[in-house]
Design a protein around this ligand. Sequence first.
Ligand code: SAH
Length: 232
Amino acid sequence: MRPFLIIWLLILFSGYCQQNDPYQVERNRMVNNQIIARGISDYATLKAMRKVPRHLFVPPSVAGQAYNDWPLPIGYNQTISQPFIVAYMTELSRPVKNKRALEIGTGSGYQAAVLAEIVDRVYTIEIVPELAQESAARLKVLGYENIIVRYSDGYKGWPEHAPFDIIIVTAAADHIPQPLKDQLAEGGRLVMPVGNPATVQELIVLTKRKGKITEQRLEPVRFVPLKRLREK
Ligand code: SAH
Protein backbone atom coordinates (compact mmCIF):
# COMPACT_ATOMS: atom_id res chain seq x y z
CA MET A 1 0.00 0.00 0.00
CA ARG A 2 2.81 2.45 0.89
CA PRO A 3 4.06 3.24 -2.66
CA PHE A 4 0.50 4.06 -3.69
CA LEU A 5 0.16 6.41 -0.76
CA ILE A 6 3.39 8.18 -1.73
CA ILE A 7 2.32 8.51 -5.39
CA TRP A 8 -1.06 9.80 -4.31
CA LEU A 9 0.57 12.39 -2.05
CA LEU A 10 2.89 13.45 -4.90
CA ILE A 11 -0.05 13.92 -7.27
CA LEU A 12 -1.88 15.93 -4.62
CA PHE A 13 1.21 18.05 -3.98
CA SER A 14 1.84 18.79 -7.69
CA GLY A 15 -1.81 19.81 -8.10
CA TYR A 16 -1.42 22.07 -5.07
CA CYS A 17 1.75 23.66 -6.53
CA GLN A 18 0.06 24.28 -9.89
CA GLN A 19 -2.89 25.94 -8.22
CA ASN A 20 -0.49 28.15 -6.33
CA ASP A 21 1.44 29.23 -9.41
CA PRO A 22 -0.79 32.02 -10.74
CA TYR A 23 1.07 31.96 -14.05
CA GLN A 24 0.34 28.24 -14.53
CA VAL A 25 -3.34 28.95 -13.99
CA GLU A 26 -3.15 31.83 -16.50
CA ARG A 27 -1.26 29.68 -19.00
CA ASN A 28 -3.86 26.93 -18.79
CA ARG A 29 -6.61 29.49 -19.27
CA MET A 30 -4.74 30.97 -22.26
CA VAL A 31 -4.38 27.53 -23.87
CA ASN A 32 -8.02 26.60 -23.28
CA ASN A 33 -9.67 29.89 -24.21
CA GLN A 34 -7.42 31.31 -26.92
CA ILE A 35 -5.76 28.29 -28.50
CA ILE A 36 -7.84 25.11 -28.19
CA ALA A 37 -11.03 27.15 -28.62
CA ARG A 38 -9.72 28.36 -32.00
CA GLY A 39 -8.92 24.90 -33.30
CA ILE A 40 -5.31 24.14 -32.37
CA SER A 41 -5.16 20.45 -31.46
CA ASP A 42 -1.54 19.29 -31.84
CA TYR A 43 -0.71 17.72 -28.48
CA ALA A 44 2.99 18.68 -28.45
CA THR A 45 2.19 22.31 -29.33
CA LEU A 46 -0.42 22.58 -26.58
CA LYS A 47 1.92 20.97 -24.06
CA ALA A 48 4.68 23.44 -24.94
CA MET A 49 2.31 26.42 -24.72
CA ARG A 50 1.23 25.25 -21.25
CA LYS A 51 4.85 25.02 -20.15
CA VAL A 52 6.87 27.97 -21.50
CA PRO A 53 6.78 30.88 -18.99
CA ARG A 54 5.72 33.63 -21.43
CA HIS A 55 5.73 36.26 -18.63
CA LEU A 56 9.53 35.90 -18.48
CA PHE A 57 9.86 36.79 -22.19
CA VAL A 58 8.25 40.23 -21.96
CA PRO A 59 9.41 43.41 -20.19
CA PRO A 60 8.41 43.44 -16.48
CA SER A 61 6.16 46.46 -17.14
CA VAL A 62 3.83 44.30 -19.29
CA ALA A 63 4.34 40.91 -17.56
CA GLY A 64 0.80 41.14 -16.16
CA GLN A 65 -0.52 41.03 -19.75
CA ALA A 66 1.72 38.18 -20.88
CA TYR A 67 -1.15 35.66 -21.16
CA ASN A 68 -3.64 38.03 -22.75
CA ASP A 69 -4.94 37.61 -26.28
CA TRP A 70 -2.70 40.18 -27.99
CA PRO A 71 0.90 40.92 -29.02
CA LEU A 72 3.11 42.95 -26.66
CA PRO A 73 6.01 45.38 -27.18
CA ILE A 74 9.47 43.97 -26.41
CA GLY A 75 11.47 47.14 -27.11
CA TYR A 76 13.41 48.27 -30.21
CA ASN A 77 10.07 48.74 -32.03
CA GLN A 78 9.47 44.99 -32.04
CA THR A 79 6.71 42.79 -30.64
CA ILE A 80 6.17 39.29 -29.27
CA SER A 81 3.33 37.69 -31.25
CA GLN A 82 -0.09 36.96 -29.80
CA PRO A 83 -0.10 33.50 -28.10
CA PHE A 84 -2.55 32.06 -30.66
CA ILE A 85 -0.30 33.03 -33.59
CA VAL A 86 2.71 31.37 -31.93
CA ALA A 87 0.68 28.19 -31.37
CA TYR A 88 -0.74 28.30 -34.92
CA MET A 89 2.66 28.70 -36.58
CA THR A 90 4.10 25.99 -34.35
CA GLU A 91 1.32 23.53 -35.25
CA LEU A 92 1.62 24.40 -38.97
CA SER A 93 5.34 23.55 -38.88
CA ARG A 94 4.43 19.97 -37.73
CA PRO A 95 7.09 19.82 -35.01
CA VAL A 96 8.24 16.44 -33.74
CA LYS A 97 11.24 15.18 -31.84
CA ASN A 98 14.41 14.58 -33.93
CA LYS A 99 13.67 17.59 -36.18
CA ARG A 100 15.87 20.63 -36.61
CA ALA A 101 14.31 24.06 -36.88
CA LEU A 102 15.42 27.48 -38.07
CA GLU A 103 13.60 30.59 -36.88
CA ILE A 104 14.12 34.01 -38.45
CA GLY A 105 13.29 36.82 -35.99
CA THR A 106 14.25 35.66 -32.48
CA GLY A 107 12.69 38.73 -30.84
CA SER A 108 12.08 37.74 -27.22
CA GLY A 109 13.02 34.09 -27.84
CA TYR A 110 9.49 32.90 -26.98
CA GLN A 111 8.68 31.17 -30.29
CA ALA A 112 12.13 29.55 -30.22
CA ALA A 113 11.45 28.24 -26.70
CA VAL A 114 8.06 26.80 -27.71
CA LEU A 115 9.69 24.99 -30.64
CA ALA A 116 12.62 23.84 -28.51
CA GLU A 117 10.20 22.10 -26.12
CA ILE A 118 9.34 19.79 -29.01
CA VAL A 119 12.15 19.50 -31.58
CA ASP A 120 15.80 18.49 -31.13
CA ARG A 121 17.48 21.77 -31.96
CA VAL A 122 16.46 25.31 -32.81
CA TYR A 123 18.69 27.76 -34.68
CA THR A 124 17.37 31.31 -34.44
CA ILE A 125 18.56 34.54 -36.06
CA GLU A 126 17.89 38.10 -34.90
CA ILE A 127 18.85 41.31 -36.70
CA VAL A 128 18.68 43.66 -33.68
CA PRO A 129 21.94 42.97 -31.80
CA GLU A 130 20.51 43.93 -28.37
CA LEU A 131 17.54 41.56 -28.80
CA ALA A 132 19.83 38.75 -29.93
CA GLN A 133 21.99 39.25 -26.86
CA GLU A 134 19.07 39.59 -24.41
CA SER A 135 17.27 36.52 -25.79
CA ALA A 136 20.40 34.39 -25.78
CA ALA A 137 20.94 35.29 -22.11
CA ARG A 138 17.27 34.69 -21.22
CA LEU A 139 17.17 31.29 -22.94
CA LYS A 140 20.37 30.27 -21.20
CA VAL A 141 19.00 31.19 -17.75
CA LEU A 142 15.83 29.22 -18.55
CA GLY A 143 17.93 26.18 -19.44
CA TYR A 144 17.23 25.95 -23.20
CA GLU A 145 20.50 24.31 -24.20
CA ASN A 146 19.10 23.22 -27.57
CA ILE A 147 18.62 26.78 -28.89
CA ILE A 148 21.41 28.61 -30.70
CA VAL A 149 20.91 32.36 -31.17
CA ARG A 150 22.83 34.33 -33.78
CA TYR A 151 22.93 38.04 -34.58
CA SER A 152 22.64 38.33 -38.36
CA ASP A 153 20.34 39.06 -41.31
CA GLY A 154 18.09 36.02 -41.45
CA TYR A 155 17.24 36.62 -45.12
CA LYS A 156 20.21 34.46 -46.01
CA GLY A 157 19.30 31.70 -43.54
CA TRP A 158 22.08 29.74 -41.85
CA PRO A 159 23.76 27.66 -44.60
CA GLU A 160 26.31 26.08 -42.23
CA HIS A 161 23.52 24.21 -40.40
CA ALA A 162 21.16 23.60 -43.34
CA PRO A 163 19.04 21.78 -44.32
CA PHE A 164 16.23 22.41 -41.82
CA ASP A 165 13.07 20.33 -41.39
CA ILE A 166 11.23 23.41 -40.16
CA ILE A 167 11.72 27.08 -41.02
CA ILE A 168 9.55 29.66 -39.24
CA VAL A 169 9.87 33.31 -40.23
CA THR A 170 8.29 35.67 -37.70
CA ALA A 171 8.70 38.89 -39.71
CA ALA A 172 6.88 39.87 -42.90
CA ALA A 173 8.13 40.35 -46.46
CA ASP A 174 6.56 40.54 -49.92
CA HIS A 175 8.28 37.32 -50.97
CA ILE A 176 9.89 34.24 -49.42
CA PRO A 177 13.69 34.57 -49.47
CA GLN A 178 15.21 32.11 -51.98
CA PRO A 179 18.02 31.09 -49.55
CA LEU A 180 15.37 29.88 -47.09
CA LYS A 181 13.64 27.79 -49.77
CA ASP A 182 17.02 26.31 -50.66
CA GLN A 183 17.76 25.47 -47.01
CA LEU A 184 14.50 23.57 -46.50
CA ALA A 185 15.06 19.81 -46.09
CA GLU A 186 13.25 17.17 -48.11
CA GLY A 187 9.82 16.81 -46.49
CA GLY A 188 10.38 20.09 -44.67
CA ARG A 189 7.89 22.89 -43.99
CA LEU A 190 8.39 26.65 -44.04
CA VAL A 191 5.88 28.99 -42.38
CA MET A 192 6.01 32.75 -43.09
CA PRO A 193 3.79 35.84 -43.29
CA VAL A 194 3.95 37.06 -46.90
CA GLY A 195 2.37 40.24 -48.32
CA ASN A 196 2.64 43.97 -47.75
CA PRO A 197 4.95 44.31 -44.72
CA ALA A 198 3.37 47.68 -43.87
CA THR A 199 -0.22 46.41 -43.70
CA VAL A 200 -1.56 42.84 -43.79
CA GLN A 201 0.02 39.59 -44.91
CA GLU A 202 -1.10 36.01 -45.46
CA LEU A 203 0.37 33.11 -43.57
CA ILE A 204 2.04 30.86 -46.15
CA VAL A 205 3.16 27.26 -45.71
CA LEU A 206 5.70 25.83 -48.16
CA THR A 207 6.30 22.09 -48.33
CA LYS A 208 9.24 20.51 -50.13
CA ARG A 209 8.68 17.04 -51.61
CA LYS A 210 11.09 15.38 -54.03
CA GLY A 211 12.72 18.78 -54.42
CA LYS A 212 9.43 20.34 -55.53
CA ILE A 213 7.89 23.15 -53.49
CA THR A 214 4.15 23.51 -52.99
CA GLU A 215 2.48 26.52 -51.42
CA GLN A 216 -0.56 26.78 -49.19
CA ARG A 217 -2.12 30.17 -48.32
CA LEU A 218 -3.84 30.55 -44.97
CA GLU A 219 -5.07 33.28 -42.61
CA PRO A 220 -4.47 37.02 -42.86
CA VAL A 221 -1.91 38.12 -40.24
CA ARG A 222 0.07 41.21 -39.22
CA PHE A 223 3.77 41.01 -38.49
CA VAL A 224 6.59 43.55 -38.21
CA PRO A 225 8.65 43.85 -41.42
CA LEU A 226 11.62 41.64 -42.25
CA LYS A 227 14.54 44.06 -42.37
CA ARG A 228 17.79 43.79 -44.32
CA LEU A 229 21.33 44.55 -43.20
CA ARG A 230 23.00 46.76 -45.76
CA GLU A 231 25.56 44.85 -47.83
CA LYS A 232 29.06 46.24 -47.40
N1 SAH B 1 9.54 35.41 -32.73
C1 SAH B 1 9.59 36.55 -31.83
C2 SAH B 1 8.80 37.74 -32.30
C3 SAH B 1 9.16 38.23 -33.63
S1 SAH B 1 9.09 39.95 -33.90
C4 SAH B 1 9.18 36.18 -30.43
O1 SAH B 1 8.77 35.03 -30.19
O2 SAH B 1 9.29 37.03 -29.56
C5 SAH B 1 10.09 39.94 -35.36
C6 SAH B 1 11.56 39.93 -35.09
O3 SAH B 1 12.22 39.77 -36.32
C7 SAH B 1 12.08 41.24 -34.49
O4 SAH B 1 12.78 40.99 -33.32
C8 SAH B 1 12.97 41.79 -35.60
O5 SAH B 1 14.07 42.53 -35.11
C9 SAH B 1 13.41 40.51 -36.30
N2 SAH B 1 13.89 40.67 -37.68
C10 SAH B 1 13.44 41.52 -38.63
N3 SAH B 1 14.13 41.34 -39.78
C11 SAH B 1 15.02 40.34 -39.54
C12 SAH B 1 16.02 39.69 -40.33
N4 SAH B 1 16.25 40.03 -41.60
N5 SAH B 1 16.76 38.72 -39.76
C13 SAH B 1 16.55 38.35 -38.47
N6 SAH B 1 15.63 38.93 -37.67
C14 SAH B 1 14.87 39.91 -38.20
